[in-house]
Design a protein around this ligand. Structure first.
Ligand code: ATP
Length: 504
């Protein structure tokens, strides 16, 4: 699985999806640039989200707030005081880790041991194997389960607060070693704030310090009154936005999964106090359905309900996707109560309320948030789509089986030959189609087989070939990416054959 992931990362670079940032200067850790195909895929993901969340919901509107905000915003939201990760260093390797990640990996190790025992027994006993009974009675499974549960309970308690000494004690008691040096030479655990800061104006003074937003949500909360009043919005209603967020992540792992600069698609849904759990359930269902509609397979998603809730939340869950490195969070759904609006009311001194004409009273609305990372979504789609196929002639075909509507290029048109007016004919087809969906012209210098492979590698669902019969019969060969099936169709039918399948 790790190997597959490495191949996906190099495929992304080779085919213009993702490049390391500032690569000619050897890159910048945890920062990436999207290339010519990557940006199209990313734009399509954003359009798919925006359409479903904003355009199809009459009670949700969008905004585009600034990255820079008044510094008091981050005081009010709790980020200045509490947006921290617990860090620990290893004195030998001089590497820095998140203490919580080290412990979570250790919990994962006990879980792996249990699954290994089960898999071994399954192999040994075959069809007659009673898995549930085995899990309840096997001494090695029970021993590891107890260790796992004890550790999990200690960890959950230590993370409340968090209690930094307790976290360190767990790392010592569990004899967790540095994955690089293999040693146990740990420093104390300390808190590290994840926000990037800079200065406005010419004075480098504490008073001029501002932050790069670590989430897009606050831009929505501070505009709640503006939107509610100017849009005459009635509860329940939502405000959505897509934009960049910045976090000084210490352990930057797994390519675009965890970056220091990334993009979020967030929607805050304001509702009457007391109805928030109903909406929380509604958005859980709706968001999962959105993911599943892409066709990546319902079995690749799961909910992970949070046991430990952030101070502002009364319910929270993640939608996780099965990446090559395990099930990982792509989206968070949080019932944030009236925390954010109340805090901004307190810190700004302005009344931030909703006047309910039916109840004839004013109150602070409750809020349910859906927050998804564009880059994580991008990665989950790429990982799922990357396929290596063994062909009958012994060759291997690498094809990105992207959802057709999200593919960067929808159609590539090739003239079979440089002569006989075929390039002009092909160009004319491109010129007609490109107004409806992204259509490229493929130069005839490579063999047709090579041209097909290149389009397979970027996930183009349709290829059209103009050959020597085309000037006479007005027909072309339409080739389908996934099946490689080819059929002869009239040029005038091309658009209708493709349009429904590729539109978002
Ligand atoms: P994690 O636990 O993985 O750090 P989180 O719970 O802090 O994520 P949220 O604050 O809920 O994440 O942010 C909402 C979404 O933003 C996440 O589900 C994820 O898709 C995306 N996201 C968060 N941090 C990053 C990052 N460093 N790089 C890319 N995407 C991110």
């Amino acid at each position: 699985q790790e190997d597959v992931f490495k191949k996906i990362v190099s495929h992304c670079k080779e085919y213009g999806f993702v490049f390391p940032s500032s690569e000619i200067y050897d890159g910048l850790a945890a920062v990436y640039d999207y290339g010519q195909n990557g940006v199209e895929l990313k734009n399509n993901i954003k359009e798919y989200w925006w359409k479903s969340m904003v355009l199809l919901h009459s009670n949700i509107v969008g905004i585009d707030a600034s990255i820079f905000m008044h510094p008091t915003v981050w005081k009010a939201s709790g980020h200045v005081d509490a947006f921290n990760d617990p860090l620990i260093d290893n004195r030998d390797s001089k590497k820095r880790y998140r203490a919580d990640n080290l412990i979570e990996d250790q919990i994962g190790k006990y879980e792996e041991k249990i699954e290994k025992e089960v898999a071994k027994a399954k192999k040994r006993f075959g069809d007659s194997f009673d898995e549930a009974k085995f899990r309840e009675t096997n001494p090695r499974v029970l021993e590891n389960l107890e260790k796992r549960n004890n550790l999990h309970a200690r960890y959950t308690e230590a993370m409340q607060g968090p209690d930094l000494e307790a976290l360190k004690q767990i790392i010592l008691d569990e004899e967790i070693v540095d994955p690089i040096s293999g040693t146990k030479n740990w420093t104390d655990v300390r808190q590290f704030n994840l926000m990037f800061s800079t200065e406005v104006g010419s004075l480098s003074d504490q008073a001029n310090k501002i932050y790069l937003r670590p989430e897009t949500a606050q831009g929505i909360f501070v505009n709640y009154l503006n939107v509610q009043k100017t849009g005459r919005m009635k509860l329940p209603f939502g405000i959505a936005q897509i934009g960049k967020a910045f976090r000084n992540e210490i352990v930057a792992r797994q390519f675009v999964f965890r970056m220091r600069e990334f993009e979020q698609m967030e929607m805050q849904f304001f509702c009457q106090p007391g109805t928030e759990m109903k909406w929380f359930e509604y958005w859980k269902k709706h968001r999962l359905a959105w993911h599943e509609a892409l066709g990546l397979g319902a079995e690749n998603y799961r909910f992970h309900d949070h046991e430990k809730l952030a101070h502002y939340a009364n319910a929270a869950t993640d939608i996780e996707f099965k990446m090559p490195f395990g099930f990982k969070e792509v989206e968070g759904i949080h019932s944030r109560t009236n925390f954010d609006l109340s805090q901004h009311e307190k810190f700004s001194g302005r009344q931030i309320k909703y006047f309910d004409p039916e109840k004839n009273e004013s109150y602070t609305p409750y809020d349910v948030e859906t927050s998804i990372g564009v880059d994580r979504m991008f990665l989950s789609i790429l990982c799922h789509s990357y396929t290596e196929e063994q062909l009958e002639n012994g060759e291997t075909r690498i094809v990105l089986k992207l959802p057709e509507a999200l593919a960067p290029v929808k159609c590539a048109v090739f003239p079979l030959d440089k002569k006989d007016g075929l390039p002009e004919l092909a160009q004319k087809i491109v010129d007609d189609l490109k107004f409806h969906f992204n259509t490229h012209y493929g130069d005839p210098k490579d063999s047709i087989g090579k041209r097909y492979r290149r389009q397979d590698a970027v996930g183009t669902p349709f290829c059209v070939t103009v050959d020597h019969d085309t000037p006479n019969d007005h027909k072309v060969t339409l080739r389908y990416r996934d099946t490689m099936k080819q059929e002869r169709v009239d040029i005038d039918d091309l658009r209708s054959l493709m349009e429904d399948r590729v539109s978002i």
